[in-house]
Write a protein that binds this ligand. Structure first.
Ligand code: PHE
Length: 370
C-alpha cells in the first residue's frame, strides 16, 4: 500500500501491533520517499517549484509526516508510542536533510545554467549600430564651400534671429517694400526692437562690412525662414548661401566670371550660364542667374519647361546705397553679391522633386546619396 494512503489510518487499522511492525512500516515509508527522490533526480524539469511541492507533500502542515504524527503516533498504544516517536523523528530528520540537499543541488544547477546563458562569446560578430549618413544638404554645402574657398572666399556665419535693420533697412529695403510684408516674415512676438527670423542670409553682408574694412570676400551658409505655405517645393525654412565680394577694382566681368566658374564646377564643365535682368533693392544691376538645363543640355524638356534654361539664383553688383550703411566709400569700392537656395540647388543636381524629403531625415532616402 502506498504510504500516502496508509498514513490516514491508525496503526491498529494497519494491523501493526509490535515494535518490529513499526520499524518495518517506517522502513517502507523511508523507501518510498527515497524512490520519489530518485525519480525527481531524473526529471530534467525538476526545479525550485517542483521541489517546493515535494516539501509540502512530506513536511507541510497537511503533509505525510504530519499525518503520521496524527494517525500513527497520537493514537498509538502506550507500549508502541516511544518506538513510533523515535522512528518518526528519524524519518523526519532524513526527509529534511535529503530535501535540503536536493534544494542546494537544484539551485546550483540553475546558477550554472544562468552563468552559461550570460556568458559573453567574444568570437560572435558584433551588433552593428547604424550611424546614419551625411545629409544631402550638408554635402551640398560642403561642395559649395569647396568651390568658393578655391577662388579665395572665406566662410562666415551669422544669427538666424535678426533685427529689421540688418534684414531690411541696411540692405536698402525700405519700409513699404513687399519683402517686409507680414506675409513673408516671421516676427518674434514681444521682442524689443521687433526681432525676426532672417528671411535671407544677406544681413551678413552688412554685419561683415560693418566689422571689417575692404576687401571682403565671404560666403555665408545658413538657414533662413519665410512664411510660406508648405508644398512640394516650399517650406517655412530653407538653406541659403550668400556671397559677397567687395574691393577697389571689382567689375561686372569679375561677377560674371565668378558665377560662370561656380556653375561649371557645380553642374559640370559643359553647363552654360545666362544672366537675366532682375531686381533686388541691394544690388544694381541685379540679375537672375540661369544655367543651361542639366537634363536636356538646353534642347528643351519637361524639367526646364522646354526653355532650355533653369533659374538658379539671384545676384548682382552691390548697390552703392548699401555702402552708405557701412561707411564704405561708394566712390572707390565696387563688388558683387549673390544668394543661392541650397535646397533648390541640391534638388536640381540630384533630380529630387519633393522638398520635404530633405527634412524628413529618413536614412533610406538619404543613403541614396552616399
Ligand atoms: N537675398 C536675396 C534673396 O533671398 C538673394 C540675393 C542675395 C540677391 C544677394 C542678390 C544679392 O532672394
Amino acid at each position: 500500500m502506498l504510504i500516502t494512503k496508509s498514513v490516514s489510518q491508525s496503526l491498529q487499522q494497519l494491523g501493526v501491533e509490535n515494535p518490529e511492525g513499526v520499524v518495518r512500516l517506517f522502513a517502507d515509508c523511508d523507501a518510498e520517499f527515497e524512490s520519489i527522490l530518485l525519480r525527481a533526480a531524473e526529471d530534467p524539469k525538476m526545479g525550485v517549484e517542483q521541489w517546493e511541492l515535494m516539501r509540502q507533500v512530506w513536511l507541510g502542515r497537511k503533509g505525510i509526516l504530519s499525518h503520521i504524527g496524527d494517525n500513527w503516533l497520537k493514537p498509538a498504544p502506550k507500549d508502541l508510542k516511544p518506538i513510533v516517536g523515535q522512528e518518526l523523528n528519524k524519518l523526519k530528520a532524513h526527509v529534511e536533510a535529503a530535501l535540503e540537499e536536493k534544494r542546494k543541488e537544484i539551485e546550483a544547477t540553475a546558477e550554472q545554467a544562468a552563468a552559461a546563458r550570460d556568458q559573453i562569446d567574444l568570437s560572435l560578430p558584433g551588433v552593428e549600430r547604424a550611424i546614419g549618413t551625411r545629409h544631402l544638404i550638408r554635402q551640398t554645402f560642403d561642395e559649395l564651400l569647396r568651390i568658393f574657398l578655391s577662388i579665395g572666399f572665406s566662410v562666415v556665419e551669422g544669427p538666424e534671429i535678426e533685427t529689421p535693420y540688418y534684414n531690411f533697412e541696411a540692405l536698402n529695403i525700405p519700409e513699404h517694400h513687399p519683402a517686409r510684408d507680414n506675409m513673408d516674415t516671421f516676427y518674434i512676438e514681444g521682442a524689443r526692437g521687433g526681432h525676426l527670423l532672417r528671411t535671407h542670409t544677406s544681413p551678413m553682408q552688412i554685419r561683415t562690412m560693418e566689422k571689417q574694412p575692404p576687401p571682403v570676400r565671404i560666403v555665408v551658409p545658413g538657414k533662413v525662414y519665410r512664411r510660406d505655405n508648405p508644398d512640394a517645393t516650399h517650406g517655412y525654412m530653407f538653406h541659403q548661401i550668400e556671397g559677397l565680394a567687395v574691393d577697389t577694382d571689382i567689375t561686372f566681368c569679375d561677377f560674371k566670371g565668378a558665377v560662370e566658374y561656380f556653375v561649371r564646377e557645380f553642374f559640370g564643365p559643359k553647363t552654360k550660364t545666362r544672366l537675366r535682368p532682375s531686381y533686388f533693392p541691394f544690388t544694381e544691376p541685379s540679375a537672375e542667374v540661369d544655367a543651361s538645363c542639366h537634363v536636356c543640355a538646353g534642347s528643351g524638356c519637361r524639367v526646364c519647361k522646354f526653355s532650355g534654361w533653369i533659374e538658379l539664383f539671384g545676384a548682382g553688383m552691390v548697390d552703392p546705397a548699401v555702402y552708405g550703411f557701412v561707411n564704405y566709400d561708394p566712390g572707390k569700392l565696387s563688388g558683387f553679391a549673390f544668394g543661392m537656395g541650397v535646397d533648390r540647388l541640391a534638388m536640381m543636381k540630384y533630380g529630387i522633386t519633393e522638398l520635404p524629403l530633405l527634412f524628413q531625415n529618413d536614412v533610406r532616402f538619404l543613403r541614396q546619396f552616399p
